[in-house]
Design a protein around this ligand. Structure first.
Ligand SMILES: Cc1cc2nc3c(=O)[nH]c(=O)nc-3n(C[C@H](O)[C@H](O)[C@H](O)COP(=O)(O)OP(=O)(O)OC[C@H]3O[C@@H](n4cnc5c(N)ncnc54)[C@H](O)[C@@H]3O)c2cc1C
Length: 467
């Protein structure tokens, strides 16, 4: 019986809901079922898009009329060795499963994204970074091995000694299917962090804060008020955090119950309702006020060092279920660019100025510090990234894309890079210029060898003309 009847067609979207496509969605629970789905796609002359939990913001895990192989049901933890700190897991195991499994033994994932819902394979396919990117780099640097199924040659185990390892990790699911991986988990002294906020009045203070703490903090991140102008231009709230070593933090903080996020906000409002409120405020004037209020509230007494669980600090956005629905029905894009440290302040300031001139300010801006890495499609630079959430409406869509293209030009002029998990707006020439012609030529040679019929694709691959 065909796996691809019309009933299988589903509308799948990027997390930002601004890019969607109808595909035949298959959810294999085993490698055998995955291989059967591939054979079925080949018989039906359809290409394949690999998908994890769909947490990439843009069009990396969607494809019109493709067979979308969603790996979330291949979600078994295969082994956990607390002595060595090694976790072996299937493709669809989530970051949440990883920390829940290992934290009671005093281990935490070495790199996590701002949400705990991505799958391990999706996270490796994009090579995610976290708020410790400046110190720990990207997730691929913490993998002992990956098992990958290549269309041309079948299953292969890759270790960091294999050149292919750094070519497949980060290649956005276009070279092979990651089936399993082994991750070196991070030993932590407790499940809590000591968090120190620093209120920054402008861009200079932002970058000073990163420089001040980068030699010893475990995590650093800063929020930017993208509406602020004049003397407050670039203001925001920086946080540095350290693993809590205080004995009193140890006992309970490693238990998942200590980490669980509360089910209500301020003990009263059920979290599941909060996005409705956010939606009412999801317009330029209210967001300007909310950003200003956030900044001023950080001045209040109590803005000193505090203790916070790893989950609460790492996955702030998971506090509000369905928060993205505040951007419905047209969604939003996240624009994240990575700029070498010498030019970052100037380029990010210009990006925000351009947004303000056009009244297209990002409702949320997040600044992080990064380091370079050896992966083929690396987004890492010795510098900073600024992630900007830009609301899409039918009236501003073209202007947002025009703005993004001009911001891309700025980033490229400074030798910067982009991140495919967040991208919606790059043009083929932007991507070529950012990774360089040699890397692209290398990718194309690999593609012809590992996937000669170009079975693996995505809307992103087509848009960037890397397919
Ligand atoms: C609220 C939020 C916060 C985020 N914060 C961060 C952050 O701080 N840092 C960061 O780096 N990212 C962040 N992200 C992005 C997210 O971590 C990445 O997009 C991640 O790749 C999502 O994993 P996923 O399982 O949802 O994969 P998907 O988004 O479904 O797919 C991602 C890519 O993986 C490929 N893929 C999926 N399965 C496989 C497989 N089995 N084999 C090979 N390729 C496969 C897909 O084709 C696609 O190209 C954030 C996302 C959200 C929604």
């Amino acid at each position: 019986m065909s796996l691809l009847p019309p009933e299988r067609i589903e509308r799948v979207c990027g997390f930002g809901m601004a890019s969607c496509a109808d595909g035949y969605v298959v959810r294999p629970a085993s490698v055998d079922e995955l291989e059967e789905a591939v054979r079925e796609a080949v018989r039906a002359h359809r290409k394949i898009v690999l998908r994890g939990a769909g947490r990439s913001y843009g069009d990396a895990a969607i494809g019109a009329e493709r067979v979308v192989i969603e790996c979330t049901r291949m979600n078994r933890i295969l082994s956990w060795d607390p002595d060595a700190g090694l976790l072996e897991a299937e493709a669809g195991v989530t970051i949440e499963q990883m920390w829940r499994h290992c934290l009671p033994d005093g281990f935490w994932p070495p790199v996590v994204s701002g949400t705990m819902f991505p799958t391990l394979a999706g996270a490796l396919a994009m090579n995610i970074h976290g708020k410790n990117s400046f110190a720990a780099g990207v997730l691929g640097e913490h993998a002992e091995w990956i098992d990958v199924w290549f269309p041309a040659s079948g299953l292969q185990r890759l270790t960091p000694e294999d050149e292919l390892f750094s070519e497949v990790i980060g290649s956005a699911g276009l070279l092979g299917t990651i089936l399993r991986a082994c991750i070196r988990m991070k030993r932590v002294p407790s499940g809590d962090l000591r968090v120190r906020p620093t209120l920054c009045g402008n861009w200079d203070e932002q970058f000073d804060a990163f420089r001040k703490f980068e030699s010893d903090a475990d995590y650093m991140v800063s929020w930017i008020d993208c509406f602020a102008k004049g003397r407050s231009f670039g203001r925001g709230l920086f946080h540095a955090a350290w693993y809590e070593t205080d004995e009193s933090a140890k006992r309970d903080s490693l238990q998942p119950a200590h980490q669980d996020l509360p089910s209500s906000i301020l003990g009263v409002v059920p979290k599941s309702l909060v996005w409705h409120g956010l939606r009412a405020l999801n317009n330029r004037s209210d967001m300007r006020l909310l950003n200003a209020a956030k900044h001023h509230s950080a001045r209040l007494p109590g803005g000193k060092e505090y203790r916070q669980s790893l989950v609460a600090f790492s996955f702030l956005l998971d506090y509000v279920p369905n928060w993205r629905m505040a951007y419905a029905p047209h969604g939003f894009i996240q624009y994240q660019s990575f700029v070498p440290k010498l030019r970052a302040a100037e380029i990010f300031a210009q990006q925000i100025e351009m947004q303000q001139e056009r009244k297209l300010e990002a409702f949320l801006g997040v600044l992080k510090r990064h380091r370079p890495d050896r992966f083929l499609f690396s987004h890492g630079v010795d510098g900073y990234s600024l992630a900007l959430d830009l609301k899409i409406t039918p009236h501003n869509r073209d202007r947002i894309f025009q703005l993004a293209h001009e911001m891309n030009d700025l980033v490229l002029s400074a030798g910067g890079r982009f991140y495919l998990a967040k991208d919606s707006t790059l043009r083929p020439q932007d991507f070529r210029a950012s990774i360089g012609p040699q890397s692209l030529a290398k990718y194309r040679r690999l593609k012809d060898t590992l996937d000669p019929d170009h079975l693996l694709t995505s809307s992103l691959a087509q848009r960037l003309e890397i397919d």
